[in-house]
Design a protein. Sequence first.
Length: 356
Amino acid sequence: MTKISTSEIDIVKSETSKIHDVNFKDLSFGKTFTDHMFYCDFENGEWQQPKIVPYQAMTIEPSARVFHYGQAVFEGMKAYKDDDGNVFLFRPEDNYNRINKSAARLAMPEFPKEYFLNGLTTLLKMDKAWVKPGKGNSLYIRPFVIATEPAISASPADTYRFMIICSPAKAYYTDKVRVLFAEKYSRSADGGVGFAKAAGNYAAQFYPTNLAQQKGFQQIIWTDASTHEYLEEAGTMNIFFRINDTLVTAPTSDRILDGITRKSVIQVAQDDGIDTEVRRVTVSEIKEAAINGSLKEIFGAGTAAVISPISAFEHGGKVYDLPDIPNSYADVIKDRILSIQHNLAEDKHGWRHEIK
């Protein structure tokens, strides 16, 4: 762990709030931000004094290494408010552990746990009014780290900035989506950074996703880079398949993100007595299941969407439609997770973390 210089946070409060100018009934995801932000700089081998200041633009040199060599990692997490006004995080230590795992893969310094949790807690207390109650409402939280050293030599930076910004959110996807099974492009490969939440992973998806959207599909289910025979992730989400009454998902690896929502879906399914399998899933298996009727559901799982049902997929020029079934696993499991997150159900796994 990197040496820590101090344990306190310098705070500058915003003189006025923007909250009264926001229409919370009509939010575009990730475009509205709360009054404050957290940041902490890494200099001379140490993390410096953490700060919370009004949300604002920042000055960074055009030679900052993040612009040239892509040293940038991030996390996605949410805060929820119950009907009594209490605010909760969902499995925050998992996010902390994962951002440091991502940082290590990109040769970036780990961030101290007490800074992360204390900074996040303090920030949420200050912007508590931005967390709205009700299922589907949340405050999306974006911790991230970027390389700030002004130098364009190809090597890891000596200076970094860790930040947390927050954005009020409603449901990410409101309708079922249509997807393509990848046949040419790849999201990640063995030995790469697919398991990390590295910014470049997402940029590399944009072009093939644009091509899919031109064909009338919203997302891509990525296949392995070597053979394109195995189904691995869906867009920015982990992917689940219901074959008869068994829920199947691919194992994590250095190509697949260890999704926190993914882990929660598996546990909730097991709690409900649903048979689950974590194994490699082939394109041919899913196509055959769609043809013989044993494929009941496909859905993606991630922080922003929670669960996003899929209505159809295309592969080899053929579209396979999925049935619209009542009491789907997607609907049941999503409701279970949302109920835990919003303090409407028992949290027997200790996932909720109250902001006090």
